[in-house]
Design a protein around this ligand. Structure first.
Ligand SMILES: C[S@@+](CC[C@H](N)C(=O)[O-])C[C@H]1O[C@@H](n2cnc3c(N)ncnc32)[C@H](O)[C@@H]1O
Length: 211
């Protein structure tokens, strides 16, 4: 009997960091082909392109939050960004990212807890597909702001369905004195594909700088 492919329902039924560890352990090897390619997943390329549009050459190193198999890092690296740190809770996803050879270092950690990086040590934070249902919520912003240098650029994909319900809107208002006025750009996470669940997902690319 053939194994059922992991898909939309699995990714959107996660509740805890332990659920993520279990799911992505099973999904890591097939993620690029069975998910990203087959669902025409656009978020990593979009986040990479917003980063390149807004970045200054001082926005380095770049931290990729929920780096997964390295799709954002791969695009950033190909477009000339050379110091990229990937962080993810799933060691198996990071093993796949390592094979792409585009990160200068990889850190296995839960970003909803204390992040094992020094204060003011990263020049930019990027993320795709991680600020979403059952993955990482807005409370991680406090730690991400702590480890980012003053003036550092943030380019984050936030799933529109969790933007208000998941507390991101409220968080932006609470941290407004610590960041520049955010720019929100809406885009579709997936291009044309066979699964209409994926076609409905909208993202707010959230772009701002730490003051
Ligand atoms: C949908 S994948 C996105 C991966 C990649 N950025 C992309 O766009 O293809 C979400 C990633 O977030 C990671 N993740 C989930 N919860 C996390 C947490 N608390 N801390 C760090 N990474 C987490 C998962 O392991 C997974 O690799």
């Amino acid at each position: 009997m053939s194994k059922k492919k992991i898909g939309y329902d699995d990714a959107y039924s996660l509740k805890t960091p332990e659920d993520s560890i279990k799911l992505y352990k099973k999904w890591a090897q097939a993620y690029d082909e069975d998910f990203a390619l087959s669902s025409n997943y656009l978020s990593p390329a979009k986040i990479c392109s917003f980063f390149n549009k807004h970045a200054r050459n001082t926005d380095t190193p770049i931290l990729d939050v929920g780096a997964g198999t390295g799709l954002v890092g791969e695009c950033l690296n190909k477009t000339g960004n050379k110091k990229i740190i990937g962080i993810d809770i799933s060691p198996e996803m990071l093993e796949q990212a390592k094979l792409k050879g585009c990160y200068s270092s990889l850190v296995s950690a839960n970003v909803t807890k204390k992040i094992p990086l020094k204060n003011n040590s990263v020049g930019a934070v990027v993320s795709a597909g991680t600020f979403t249902h059952g993955h990482v919520g807005p409370d991680a912003f406090d730690e991400l702001l702590r480890i980012t240098k003053p003036g550092g650029l943030f380019v984050l994909s936030i799933n529109s369905k969790v933007f208000i319900k998941g507390g991101f809107q409220e968080k932006f208002s609470r941290i407004k004195n610590s960041i520049s006025v955010p720019i929100f750009n809406e885009f579709k996470a997936h291009g044309n594909n066979k699964d209409e669940n994926f076609s409905k997902i909208k993202i707010f690319a959230s772009i701002f700088r730490k003051k």
